[in-house]
Structure formats: structure tokens, C-alpha cells
Design a protein around this ligand. Structure first.
Ligand SMILES: Cc1ncc(C[n+]2csc(CCOP(=O)(O)OP(=O)(O)O)c2C)c(N)n1
Ligand SMILES: CC(=O)[C@@H](O)[C@H](O)COP(=O)(O)O
Ligand SMILES: [Mg+2]
Length: 647
């Protein structure tokens, strides 16, 4: 039982509380998040850190009419609970349950798609401009008609997300378009791993006098109330206050320099203080940024102490903070002789290769632990670069290093690499630079859902000249591919592999060179040939053997193994292709194009991800839904194309 939380179904109920009641509400809300996440795991520490600011936002602003735009959305669990989804939160991230990140499809309180970092400022600016334009509707005679109150728009962005280029583009535009946007910078000095870069350092140093800020807010409010605050005066005050603060703190304020008024830092885990400041800023004209200091994992000691692990800790005991051992992590699988995670094999192999090849460097945009590049980072800090949430930069930066003699392995989660599409084409592929792009989390990722499935990399990159694109069926193949990619004159490689474990417990095989663009025959068969790329080849191979079909592991999407295609089109009656990317544009499409171009009339069944955004759920549940589980593959191999190919 929760004394206050039980009374709240919507933010309207929250706004009926007295401000002094908010700390108790926060305690109750925190207990709820902890207890729910302990049994139904998800993102955790970020929500605890953002809990007070969430309560304050819904308390001060008239949501859903006023707009809150979250960034990434992994910190939005308190927001979900306060916006009519308390019961449903127990289904968070489960198949058909609440979505992993805020989504306008799910709730009117969720204003924009969340999942990929750094878009909140741009999206919120769009909404703020829309609010202005729809308020001042131009009527026939050219005069403006005032449609009444204008909604408030708030962007909430973390210090990690603030390192993304898109956030800077948004800020740049905020400073020049007329708008009343409020940006809440939720600064906990953490990304998933430690925050990195110049902005992080700048924010650490940014510490203006709080009494001065309060005075300035009151003074500006007083001038406004008397109708004395026009644009000219506002700019003069900002200039004067900038000069004053620069003198006090020995530094320029970047935001103020960009015409965005800066307030803070304020203790964002103090709900009463946060409400007080938000109320002062709510109706202030022009763009403004409120800098909140928060603690990632606030109020739950294990999470405060180890925020990286508690970013998404899995199942745990809420009383003791003991986490259930996670498969494939922290050496567990070595003890138990289970196959390791692909990311571990990547991390260990990269270090091994870097020891042999002094040109190798590692680049990760903010995911050193997630992709296991932290293994190399620990041993070779000067040759490993966490560049922050900056996928485009990670690729171009790798291009620059490759141009001048280094051999970068740039590891990006497949879905996040979508942000770097042109960097791959323009800044790497055109020059055929020796960058090895390793796309982790390719294929279905499970509970993170549609924004995070690595669905599009193969289809998006296949048409790009100069790329070698491959996907390993298992851990051994991953090692061979990484080894081959770094050999001289190999050009640009994309190696994609999925989240989770592979199939080879004894993964530490000697590495060897693979023939580029050559697949391998795994088993002979009759009538049907199954062509696979990536780890689905393990299940598809088993099915092929059981159903007396041939199985080829294609290994390479590009160059495509034409010898295999000649062979199967001559020897078999049907082809089934299996891939864990979108089937429109990937391996299946490539095979069909080749057959068409060579005048071969052989039926092809293409299994892959469908032409809709696949929801969230466990990988096994989703494979069944999209027709990539073993039984669906079997149906396709046996010839029941219609039922499985078009799921
Ligand atoms: C484009 C993109 N790159 C990487 C990620 C992975 N990611 C999710 S949350 C996060 C850290 C965000 O840090 P911050 O914004 O400071 O939020 P905090 O968790 O500290 O509250 C990262 C790197 C992502 N979601 N999107
Ligand atoms: C919110 C976000 O984008 C990341 O936290 C992501 O969920 C990490 O995924 P993994 O758990 O696969 O590393
Ligand atoms: Mg942060």
C-alpha cells in the first residue's frame, strides 16, 4: 500500500497534492520502481536518478497538453507509472506488454519516439515552433489572431545524450528560432559507462552562483510583469549577466553565448527545489536551459555505487541488491562450459589482434561495456577511444585514422549505426579505407524492441560500393572474419553479429584467413538448398540435415559467392534463404537479383524480418512471430512457403 501513489492515476491527481507531500510520493514511487524492476528487469538506474525531476515536471506542467520530450526514454519508468500505466508497468518490456521506451502509440503523454539518443532537443524545438505558429494563426487580412494560451514544451536530455551531434544541431537551431523551449539537462556525470569528452568536462566546471541565478530570475519576472521586458532589454540583461558570470567563474557559458538562458546547477534529486525553479521558469519567454545535477541510481545504494552495472541489471533481490547471475557474463559461461556472448568473443579477439598488429585501434560510441571493447580499453587505453554517443563521428574519426595508417575497429550497435549511414558511405567507403565496422546487436535484440532491433544494416549497406559485408555463423567464424578483415589491402569491412550467446563453448580457436566472398557447403541434400547468413545458420543447418536439404553458410553478403549460386541453381529445385535482417534488400533479395540477372527460373523462399517494425519480447518469442524459429524454417524447407515466408 502506498499512501499517496495509490491516489494517483494521472498527473492531474498528482497536481492535487501539496508540494510538501512530494518527497513522500517520490519515496513511494521509488519503492515501486525498485520492486517492479527486481522481478521484471529493464533499465533501472537512470529512472531512479530522474524520478524527482519527473514528478516535478508533471506537477508543474499541464501534461499531456504541455509536452515533455524524453531523450532515449530509458529513464521514463516513473513517467509511465504516473501517467496511467501503473498496473501495466508490471508488463513492461514483455511481449504485448508496455513498450520499452515512450511511444506516442502507447500513450498521449509520450510525445515522440524514443530509443536512440540525442533527438529530444530537435523534436521539442519542432513542437515549440508548432505551438507558436498555431497560436498566432494568420487571418485573412494579414493580421495575427491569438488563439489563447500556448502550450509549454520541455526537452529532457541527459549529459550522455548531450554528447551526440544531433543535440548540438538542435541547440544551434534553438538559439536562432523564436521559441520558448525549456531544456532540462539531467546531468549525472554518467552515460552507460562514464561520461566522456569536452562537454562533460565543461558541465563539471559549470557552477554558477545559485543566489545570483535566483535574483536574475526574479528580476526578469518582475520586469516582465510590468511589461518592461522587450527583446532588446532581454538581450542586454543576458549580455550583462554573461559578463558578470564570466568574471565570477572565469569562463563563458556556452548556452548563454548561444542565446539560451542558463539556470543552475540545481539539485535535481531535491523535488521541492526542482519544483520551485521549474515554476519560476515555466512562463519565461525565450529558450532556456535548466541544469540539474542528479545521481544515477539515486536512493538505491547498489545502483548509486555501480551505475554501469545497474543501468540494466537484470533480475535482482530488492532487499539485498544481489543480482541473479547473467548468462554469458563475468566468466560465468567459461565455468559452465556454455557458449560465450558474441560481444565477449569480439572483445577478447580484438585485444589478441591488437597485440599482434600495432596499427589496430578500437573506437566505440559510448558502448565500451556493451560491446566489450572495455577489455582492450583496460590493457591499451591509448589505443582505444570511447567517443561518446556519436556514431557518425565514430565512423568519420575512424576514417581519418585509417587514412593515415591506422587500422580502426569501430564497434557500433547495428541500430545505432543507422545514425552514421552517410559517414560510412562518404567518409570511409568512397576511399575504401581499412576500417573494420563491427555491428553488434545485429538482428533481433529482444526486449528493447523496434528501435533497437538491428534489422536494416544489410539491406542499407549492400548497395554501397567498396564494402565487404559478412556475418559469422558462430564464434569461430567471428574470429576468422576479424582476423581476415585486418590483413593488408582488405578495404572496408562490415562484420555483423547478434546480441547474446553463440554456439561454440570452445571459442578460442586459432584464427585463419577466410577467402573473401566465399561461403561454405555445410551439408549436401536433395531438392532444396538452404542458404543462410549469420548465426541463424545453426538452426537452419539442423533443419536442413533433418529434412534432407542442402545447407550453405554464405558468410558474405557482399561479395556474394557466385559459385555457390551457380551450383545451387543447377543442382536444386528450390532455394530457401534465411537471414536475421529485413528480408527486403538483404541476402534473399541479393539471391533473387542474381538469379534474375542470370536467367535462372528457380523458386526462392526468403525468410527474414518482415516489412513492419517488430515489437518487443524475448528473441525466441519474436522469432516465432516473424517466422524465423526452427519450426517456421522447417515449414519453408518442406515447401509450405505461403505460411511462413509472408509472416
Ligand atoms: C544513438 C544511440 N547511441 C547509443 C545509445 C545507447 N545508450 C542508451 S542510454 C545511453 C547513455 C545515456 O546517458 P545519459 O543521456 O546521460 O542518460 P543517463 O542514463 O545517465 O540518465 C546510451 C549510450 C542509444 N540509445 N542511442
Ligand atoms: C537504452 C539503450 O539504448 C541501451 O541501454 C540499450 O538498451 C543497451 O542494450 P544492451 O542491453 O543490448 O547493451
Ligand atoms: Mg547521464
Amino acid at each position: 500500500m502506498s499512501q499517496l501513489l495509490d491516489k494517483i492515476n494521472t498527473p492531474e491527481d498528482l497536481r492535487r497534492l501539496r508540494v510538501e507531500e512530494l518527497p513522500l510520493l517520490c519515496d513511494e514511487l521509488r519503492r515501486e520502481v525498485v520492486n517492479d524492476c527486481a522481478v521484471n528487469p529493464g533499465h533501472f538506474a537512470s529512472s531512479l536518478g530522474a524520478l524527482e525531476l519527473t514528478v516535478a515536471l508533471h506537477y508543474v506542467f499541464d501534461t499531456p497538453e504541455d509536452r515533455i520530450v524524453w531523450d532515449v526514454g530509458h529513464q521514463a519508468y516513473p513517467h509511465k507509472i504516473l501517467t496511467g500505466r501503473r498496473e501495466a508497468f508490471k508488463t513492461n518490456r514483455k511481449l504485448h506488454g508496455l513498450k520499452p521506451f515512450p511511444s506516442p502509440e502507447e500513450s498521449e503523454y509520450d510525445t515522440f519516439t524514443c530509443g536512440h539518443a540525442s533527438n529530444s532537443i530537435s523534436a521539442a524545438l519542432g513542437m515549440a515552433v508548432a505551438a507558436r505558429l498555431s497560436k498566432d494563426e494568420t487571418v485573412k487580412d494579414g493580421k495575427k489572431k491569438d488563439n489563447g494560451m500556448m502550450r509549454h514544451v520541455v526537452a529532457v536530455i541527459g549529459d550522455g545524450a548531450m554528447s551526440g551531434g544531433l543535440a548540438f544541431e538542435g541547440l544551434n537551431n534553438v538559439s536562432s528560432s523564436p521559441n520558448d523551449l525549456l531544456i532540462i539537462l539531467n546531468d549525472n556525470n554518467m552515460s552507460i559507462d562514464r561520461s566522456v569528452g569536452g562537454m562533460k568536462q565543461y558541465l563539471l566546471n559549470l557552477n554558477t552562483n545559485q543566489r545570483y541565478n535566483t535574483f536574475r530570475m526574479k528580476f526578469a519576472g518582475w520586469m516582465g510583469a510590468h511589461g518592461w521586458m522587450d527583446e532588446k532589454r532581454k538581450k542586454t540583461i543576458i549580455r550583462l549577466s554573461n559578463a558578470f558570470k564570466s568574471a565570477l567563474s572565469q569562463q563563458q557559458n556556452i548556452f548563454e553565448g548561444m542565446n539560451i538562458r542558463y539556470f543552475g546547477p540545481v539539485d535535481g534529486n531535491n523535488v521541492i527545489e526542482t519544483v520551485r525553479v521549474m515554476r519560476l521558469l515555466k512562463d519565461m519567454k525565450g529558450p532556456k536551459l535548466l541544469h540539474l545535477h542528479t545521481v544515477k541510481g539515486h536512493g538505491y545504494k547498489p545502483a548509486e555505487e555501480m551505475p554501469t552495472i545497474w543501468h540494466a541489471p537484470g533480475v535482482f533481490d530488492p532487499e539485498t541488491g544481489k543480482r541473479r547471475e547473467v548468462e554469458g557474463q563475468e566468466g560465468e559461461n567459461e565455468k559452465s562450459q556454455k557458449p560465450p556472448k558474441f560481444q565477449t568473443v569480439f572483445g577478447e579477439t580484438l585485444l589478441e589482434l591488437a597485440r599482434q598488429n600495432p596499427k589496430i585501434v578500437g573506437v566505440t560510441p559510448a558502448m565500451p561495456t556493451g560491446c566489450s571493447m572495455n577489455i582492450m580499453m583496460e590493457k591499451m587505453p591509448s589505443r582505444t577511444f570511447d567517443v561518446g554517443i556519436a556514431e557518425g563521428h565514430a565512423v568519420t574519426f575512424s576514417g581519418g585514422m585509417a587514412k593515415d595508417g591506422l587500422q580502426p575497429f569501430c564497434n557500433i550497435y547495428s541500430a545505432f549505426a543507422q545514425r552514421a549511414y552517410d559517414n560510412i558511405i562518404h567518409d570511409v567507403a568512397t576511399m575504401r579505407l581499412p576500417v573494420v565496422l563491427c555491428f553488434d546487436r545485429a538482428g533481433l535484440v529482444g526486449e528493447d524492441g523496434p528501435t533497437h532491433h538491428g534489422a536494416f544494416d544489410m539491406a542499407a549497406l549492400r548497395p554501397v560500393p567498396n564494402l565487404t559485408i559478412c556475418s559469422p555463423m558462430d564464434e569461430h567464424e567471428l574470429r576468422h572474419m576479424m582476423y581476415t578483415a585486418q590483413l593488408p589491402d582488405m578495404g572496408t569491412w562490415v562484420i555483423r553479429y547478434p546480441r547474446g550467446c553463440g554456439s561454440q563453448p570452445d571459442w578460442k580457436c586459432p584464427m585463419r584467413e577466410l577467402p573473401v566472398g566465399k561461403g561454405r557447403l555445410m551439408c549436401e541434400g536433395k531438392r532444396t538448398a538452404v542458404l543462410t547468413i549469420g548465426p541463424l545458420g545453426v538452426d537452419a543447418g539442423e533443419v536442413a540435415r533433418e529434412e534432407n536439404a542442402a545447407h550453405y553458410d554464405m558468410r558474405f553478403l557482399k561479395p556474394l559467392d557466385e559459385d555457390i549460386l551457380h551450383e545451387v541453381s543447377e543442382r536444386y529445385e528450390r532455394i530457401v534463404t534465411v537471414e536475421d535482417g529485413t528480408r527486403n534488400g538483404g541476402l534473399g533479395s541479393a539471391v533473387c537479383e542474381w538469379l534474375q540477372d542470370h536467367g535462372k527460373m528457380i523458386p526462392v523462399t526468403r525468410l527474414g524480418l518482415p516489412d513492419y517494425f517488430v515489437e518487443h519480447g524475448t528473441v525466441n518469442e519474436l522469432r516465432e512471430i516473424v517466422g524465423l524459429d526452427k519450426e517456421s524454417i522447417r515449414s519453408a524447407v518442406k515447401g509450405c512457403d505461403a505460411s511462413c515466408a509472408n509472416k
